[in-house]
Design a protein around this ligand. Structure first.
Ligand code: F6R
Length: 240
């Protein structure tokens, strides 16, 4: 694992933006794995800025997002589809047919999950996966548990995650209780991973990852087993 320490959130976002831009420059038809949440917002702003400056072209890029609430309509302003559209899709020249997010309004969640993994495989897998961490150590919505799932699956969100994500909703009661999420194998099969970590509330899971012990109680620690992980963390996440 490579560790890049940045002064703050803005620097972290810039560093990640340069790496994603480098990936696209080297392979214009890259398959990117993307995350939602506060962590990658600055990265998406960087990518949008580079596109606006004609430094980046997304016309051949394909994207697969990690997760989506379930059930939720993509037009709902709390859906992850809505978030991605607001922060990236509407800002760059990604083709509509090249962006993918688990379908939060699929009638059959299980069939949707199987189809989603197959679609990633049919596109030859993910070249570069962007990840954030939950303050409980989750990646995507793989929550701390005795067992973790390999493939994309329907998951019950923990109270910790519902509480953390309630900042985007009118109240914690409005946060969906379940989600469709990439599994641990879906993530670990990505050829390269960039883990972005910002803020003091991520110190604990980051420290566990850096300690090099692996436990399903802190799913991000599994990344120790991946051969190409770059962690971009700001000073607050590193402990000041
Ligand atoms: C979102 C995702 C989650 C977030 C995590 C951190 O697609 O996969 O694992 O990365 O919950 O969220 P933020 O960045 O809002 O702190």
């Amino acid at each position: 694992m490579r560790l890049i320490t940045c002064e703050n959130y803005a620097e972290m976002s810039k560093a990640a933006g340069l790496m994603v831009a480098g990936q696209i420059a080297l392979k214009p038809n890259s398959v990117l794995g993307l995350a939602t949440g506060s962590t990658p917002e600055g990265l998406y702003a960087e990518l949008s800025r580079m596109y606006a400056n004609k430094d980046l072209d997304f016309s051949e890029v394909k994207t697969f997002n990690l997760d989506e609430y379930y059930p939720i309509d993509r037009a709902n302003d709390q859906s992850y589809y809505y978030f991605m559209n607001q922060h990236l899709y509407s800002k760059v020249n990604l083709k509509a047919e090249n962006v993918h997010i688990p379908n939060g309004s699929a009638a059959n969640a299980e069939a949707e999950c199987v189809a989603y993994d197959k679609l990633i495989d049919d596109n030859c897998g993910i070249d570069l996966q962007i990840l954030g961490i939950g303050n409980n150590g989750h990646i995507a919505f793989n929550e701390p548990a005795g067992e973790l799932s390999a493939g994309t699956h329907l998951v019950k969100l923990t109270e910790n995650t519902i509480e953390a994500n309630s900042r985007f909703f009118a109240s914690a009661d409005d946060v969906p209780r379940t989600a469709l999420t990439s599994g641990m194998a879906t993530i670990m099969k990505a050829r390269k991973i960039i883990l972005m970590v910002s803020g003091a509330n991520k110190r604990e899971p980051l420290a566990k990852l850096l300690a090099g012990k692996i436990t399903t109680d802190c799913p991000v620690t599994m990344l120790s087993m991946h051969s190409d992980v770059t962690i971009i963390a700001d000073k607050a996440a590193m402990g000041g």
